[in-house]
Design a protein around this ligand. Structure first.
Ligand code: NAG
Ligand code: NAG
Ligand code: NAG
Ligand code: NAG
Ligand code: NAG
Length: 274
């Protein structure tokens, strides 16, 4: 008996979803990942000229919530928003231009698009990113502190030893978000000062391919308690004191031996002469 009730319901649901598809199939909106501070755009196209557009600025969440009022509305000749920072160009396509992209521009944009004898709704999500500063490593006794700031979305810092051993699990990581919404990352790694020389690398990239790419910084850890750590890009380094001291020692020894030999020879000669 239940079958008789389910059948029409399924049929109705299928019909409704295909109806939505048919209504919006002639419209297409596109955007690229936007970078904070730069310009971005969302372009909506149709096979026919787009005549009128309204755009609502909706929430960033999965459950899209849109305000009643549209920010852009060509019917009301409102082509700009946020004091002109965001503007619409109608040119066969509808192009929403965003200048000096802010993190708050990451959200859903609900477009109403009108062409001759047709219209459609399309919602496009704009993703915004901000690039982190290159990680900076500092040494405080037996602790290495790595920081990277000003990025979005939240990311992680990874540690690798020179032979590419993953030390990330031994580190302590914290991230903080500032008033602008940007993240500051900090990772602390305790190192063993009894180990003579090691290279530790801190990176934003968990693929440990940091040698070629940016987003990483390495530190050479030497067993000197007062010694200042040096930041370097290349791992090959001979300590400068060794280069200078070894030849001086060799030369000094040679001079002393020569002096002693001459003195001995001189003493021998004077004995013979007497
Ligand atoms: C929007 O549509 C109205 C008619 O409703 C038309 O007069 C107007 O020119 C259109 N706006 C644009 C920008 O095309
Ligand atoms: C308007 O369209 C023309 C031709 O389709 C194109 O060359 C031009 O760049 C467009 N203008 C804008 C502002 O997108
Ligand atoms: C290093 O350790 C010494 C003594 O343990 C301490 O006095 C000094 O403040 C430490 N330096 C840093 C930068 O933590
Ligand atoms: C991580 O490394 C991969 C491979 O080299 C690269 O494609 C990617 O852009 C890097 N990511 C970051 C955040 O540097
Ligand atoms: C290193 O370890 C971290 C934490 O366990 C992990 O997220 C990351 O993918 C690892 N990277 C590599 C290259 O093994």
């Amino acid at each position: 008996m239940a079958m008789f009730y389910i059948f029409p319901l399924v049929f109705l649901l299928l019909n409704a979803s295909s109806g939505i598809l048919a209504g919006s199939s002639s419209f297409l909106c596109e955007s690229h990942v936007a970078e904070r501070g730069k310009t971005a755009s969302i372009t909506c196209r149709s096979s026919l000229d787009i005549r009128n557009v309204t755009v609502q600025f909706c929430s960033d969440s999965v459950n899209i919530i849109c305000p009643k009022k549209s920010e852009i509305n060509t019917y009301r000749r409102k082509y700009t928003s946020d004091n002109g920072r965001i503007s619409l160009t109608l040119n066969h396509s509808a192009i929403l231009n965003i200048n000096e992209v802010k993190l708050s521009d990451q959200r859903n944009y609900k477009f109403f698009l009108e062409v001759d004898n047709n219209h459609g709704f399309l919602t496009e999500f704009l993703t915004v990113v901000a690039t982190y500063t290159n990680p900076h490593v500092e040494r405080h006794n037996d602790t290495l502190i790595c920081t990277a700031t000003g990025g979005y979305p939240e990311s992680h810092l990874y540690w690798f030893e020179n032979d590419r051993t993953n030390l990330t699990d031994k580190s302590k990581f914290v991230s903080e978000q500032d008033a602008d919404g940007l993240f500051s990352l900090k990772s602390t790694l305790s190192v063993d000062s009894s180990v003579r020389e090691m290279i530790y690398c801190c990176t934003l990239n968990n693929t440990n391919s940091f040698h070629e790419s940016q987003g990483s910084s390495c530190i050479t850890f030497e067993n000197t308690i007062t010694g200042k750590a040096q930041l370097e890009k290349t791992s090959n380094s001979i300590p400068i004191p060794a280069i200078v001291l070894v030849p001086i020692l060799v030369l000094g020894t040679f001079i002393i031996l020569l002096f002693l030999y001459r003195k001995k020879k001189g003493a021998f000669l004077s004995t013979v002469q007497n």
